[in-house]
Design a protein around this ligand. Structure first.
Ligand SMILES: C[S@@+](CC[C@H](N)C(=O)[O-])C[C@H]1O[C@@H](n2cnc3c(N)ncnc32)[C@H](O)[C@@H]1O
Length: 255
């Protein structure tokens, strides 16, 4: 701060802003580094290819496949898991009812199950085989509630398979589900269908194109959102969202 002492006030303000930005950028870079250190590769060449992750004090092995988007693990999933693992007190998942959308290779499902939640892990039919494999391999004998893997194709038969009257989720988890695919309306419909007044959505979002920004704008018409992480070096933001409760005038007590 010594350098700032003799400066004109306006210049000092600009300098302070620049310093604050630098500190913020350093903090973000450190956080991004800590998040990515959760990932490791096997030290020996094994017969089966897997990638390793450390969460909930355990080693998690994920099998990927490069021919399908959903069979790869995307950095947004690591960001969401890091947040959950390092905020266990604020977000205590013990016995909570969770649904994950677009679960892919299953890391978020596995970590939330290891943290004690009852998880419904969903994706499109062609993804479920590898998802089930990873979920079994990493949760068997390690979880309070075995996770349930099932199809949920966005916007399809929602009321039939997830009736609003009987399906109540404490959390909806979603990692990297918004990108250039033609099902964004169906995805919005799915969030809307599954999210009750007291459901919390935790959604990690990788920004690639303007399309993602416009989805966030539309999402905000239905949900209030709070930014939990902003990681420019990874182009990822983590949001917490809850349903927007329509404003209702207070009933006046006229007695
Ligand atoms: C980019 S991947 C992210 C996978 C995982 N969440 C992660 O972060 O590693 C997008 C996921 O959304 C799923 N998905 C895409 N379109 C879908 C749809 N119409 N209905 C259900 N899931 C869909 C894909 O199968 C894939 O698993």
């Amino acid at each position: 701060m010594e350098i700032l002492k003799d400066m004109e006030p306006e210049k000092k303000e600009i300098k302070n802003d620049t310093l604050a930005e630098t500190n913020g950028a350093t903090r973000n870079a450190e956080l991004a580094k800590a998040i990515m250190e959760r990932h490791f590769r096997p030290s020996l060449i094994t017969t089966e290819a897997w990638e390793g992750y450390s969460f909930a004090g355990l080693e998690i092995r994920i099998k990927e496949s490069t021919d399908l988007y959903g069979a790869m693990l995307w950095p947004s999933a690591i960001v969401l898991c890091h947040f959950l693992d390092s905020h266990r007190e604020t977000y205590n998942l013990m016995d909570k009812n969770i649904i994950e959308l677009g679960a892919g290779t299953g890391l978020v499902t596995i970590v939330t199950s290891l943290l004690g939640a009852q998880v419904t892990s969903t994706d499109m039919p062609e993804i479920l085989g590898n998802l089930q494999y990873n979920v079994n391999r990493n949760t068997r004998g390690r979880c309070r509630h075995p996770p349930h893997v099932t199809e949920l194709t966005w916007g399809k038969d929602l009321e039939k398979h997830f009736p609003r009257a009987s399906c109540h989720f404490d959390y909806i988890m979603a990692a990297d589900v918004v990108y250039a695919h033609p099902f964004l309306n169906e995805l919005m419909e799915t969030f809307d269908h599954l999210c009750q007044d007291d459901t919390v959505i935790l959604w990690a979002m990788r920004f690639r194109l303007d399309l993602e920004n416009s989805f966030v704008g539309r999402f905000q018409k239905l949900f209030d959102i709070e930014e939990l992480y902003d990681l420019p070096s990874l182009q990822i933001k983590l949001y917490r969202a809850t349903r927007r409760i329509p404003w209702s005038p207070r009933v006046r007590d006229t007695t």
